[in-house]
Write a protein that binds this ligand. Sequence first.
Ligand SMILES: Nc1nc2c(c(=O)[nH]1)N[C@H]1C(S)=C(S)[C@@H](COP(=O)(O)O)O[C@H]1N2
Ligand SMILES: [Mo]
Length: 318
Amino acid sequence: MLIKSAPSWQMPEREATPEHVFLNRRHFLAALTVGTTALIGGRAFAAKEVDPTADLYPAQRNKSYALDRPLTEESDAAAYNNFYEFGSHKRIAMEARALKLRPWTVSFEGLVEKERQVDIDTLIRAMPLEERLYRMRCVEAWSMAVPWSGFAMSELVKYAKPLSSAKYVVMQTFLDPKMASGQKQVWYPWPYTEGLTMAEATNELAFMVTGIYGKPLPKQFGAPLRLAVPWKYGFKSVKSIVRFKFTDTRPVTFWEKIQSAEYGFWANVNPEVDHPRWSQASERVLGTNKRVPTLPYNGYGEQVASLYSGMKGEKLFM
Ligand SMILES: Nc1nc2c(c(=O)[nH]1)N[C@H]1C(S)=C(S)[C@@H](COP(=O)(O)O)O[C@H]1N2
Ligand SMILES: [Mo]
């Protein structure tokens, strides 16, 4: 049985349409039980953690990435997040404090000259950090505009040394159900998996994020390393990455596995292609009561539309 809408107490905003509402009732009830346990059990806050890369912030702003709208207030962006590893609601910052950020190892696997692992701090210090102002548009029709810090994904690809046979890069989040209680919800295909074509990954807009608002990334945003691909729906921008795997086959991604009729591999923003359950024509801007029209490719068509020219028969906008 399909649940058409979650109970009102669970909906932070009337118009918010969670990505997960198709889950069947049995799973939904199980999810409630898990949530209640977590609440009753409480959780000790981690002792004050100092980020070993804190001295790198604020990074110099790259003026090529300007916005057509005001930045979202930090307090608004930091209090409304999707991070299913820690629960399927938006007030995830508290639960995400359980995320342990060090030691953190990132691996480069598959079609690369040599597979290897690197410590996150070594990786970040090897990359040219900069700040970019980007829009972000969730498939649920809310949006924000934030100053990310990080480095071009093309730099990471260079660092990884993929073979010319690589066609895709697959990215995965950590897997640790003891730390992240959402991963005890076994009907989700953990770990969170996303992917890009090599052309997408090396497009100038694809950005590896390590910070926001001039500081190291707070946990709920997907520290210590997440993706930002602003022309695609937010679910493509995978958080807390531990693995980059280069392959010649297109991966089936997290949301695609859960509901392929609603979420696909490409997920390019398009106001004219509605989600099966809601319109994509406009978006609610976080921190305001305003709705604004959604732009093709979220306003980044000039940089990315050519990536998809001539791709017939592909569902580019879901
Ligand atoms: N690992 C992981 N990555 C994820 C998600 C998630 O649940 N787990 N949610 C995605 C979705 S649906 C969105 S909209 C963005 C939200 O990013 P934000 O919380 O920084 O706004 O993260 C994406 N990346
Ligand atoms: Mo999303």
